[in-house]
Write a protein that binds this ligand. Structure first.
Ligand SMILES: C[S@@+](CC[C@H](N)C(=O)[O-])C[C@H]1O[C@@H](n2cnc3c(N)ncnc32)[C@H](O)[C@@H]1O
Length: 239
């Protein structure tokens, strides 16, 4: 289980869900590893645009090299779809989201984890070049492999259509129910582990931005969100 309370809550919710026999999960943009622990009996299919990332992943039963935006999703094929830290990398998140809604079974769940467009981390990411992201992850967060051999950071688009508000609109249109929502802060956690000074600077700047924008942007503990959408059970036709 994750040490992060928001992810742990999600994992507990997934563990408490009644799944059918031999449930299946599609990990969309699976990367090298999953950050959400699942009950053990899930059959796990991963799709990723990077062959190198897929090759590093040893948690999957089936691997697909493909683009989750253009992939032809099979109708109602999976009990669970997880798309974790990928929506921000899509130039057009909408077709991928529509694909998830198509491929999840009635009664199944779509788990979306992504950066929150309102947070300081995400605004800074959106308005700085990719080369700066590589620099920051390498030299501030200390990941020496950053930007090499398909290791992150990956180019980001951070479209409005992946914001929690847009996802709620999307859910309404597709008749999906948002059943779980949490915000948490990966940036503060990573900075606190790495350097106390930058942690304080980032926290102060986030609060200042929140005050200046009257709560519209910034704030602490909200750099990322988790949303779970449920597809309703098929309704039986009336006799
Ligand atoms: C930040 S990583 C997240 C990986 C994994 N989901 C996780 O939680 O660690 C983003 C992943 O999305 C993949 N990706 C980016 N755009 C994609 C696309 N259009 N189709 C499929 N995968 C994509 C990248 O190759 C990368 O493995």
């Amino acid at each position: 289980m994750s040490s992060r309370p928001a992810i742990r809550d999600l994992e507990l919710m997934l563990a408490a869900t009644e799944w059918p026999d031999k449930p299946s999960v599609l990990q969309a943009g699976c990367g090298a590893e999953s950050h959400v622990s699942l009950p053990e009996d899930f059959y796990s299919v991963g799709i990723d645009i990077s062959e190198k990332q897929l090759a590093r992943n040893d948690e999957l039963s089936t691997k697909i090299v493909g683009d989750i935006v253009t992939y032809e999703y099979e109708l109602e094929a999976y009990d669970l779809v997880i798309c974790w830290n990928v929506l921000e990398h899509l130039e057009r998140p909408e077709p991928a989201l529509a694909g998830f809604a198509r491929t999840v079974r009635p009664g199944g769940l779509i788990v979306l984890g992504a950066p929150n467009i309102r947070s300081l981390k995400t605004l800074a990411t959106k308005f700085t070049p990719h080369s700066f992201h590589v620099f920051a992850i390498k030299h501030i967060l200390g990941n020496k492999r950053a930007g090499t051999e398909d290791h992150g950071p990956f180019p980001t688009f951070l479209r409005k259509s992946m914001s929690p508000r847009a996802l709620r609109d999307f859910a309404r249109k597709k008749n999906l129910s948002p059943i779980f929502y949490r915000e948490y802060d990966t940036m503060l956690l990573r900075l606190r582990e790495r350097t106390r000074v930058l942690y304080q600077v980032y926290r102060g700047a986030s609060r200042l931005l929140q005050a200046i924008t009257l709560g519209s942007f910034g704030g602490a503990a909200n750099s990322d969100y988790i949303m779970v959408l449920e597809k309703p059970e098929a309704t039986r036709p009336a006799n």
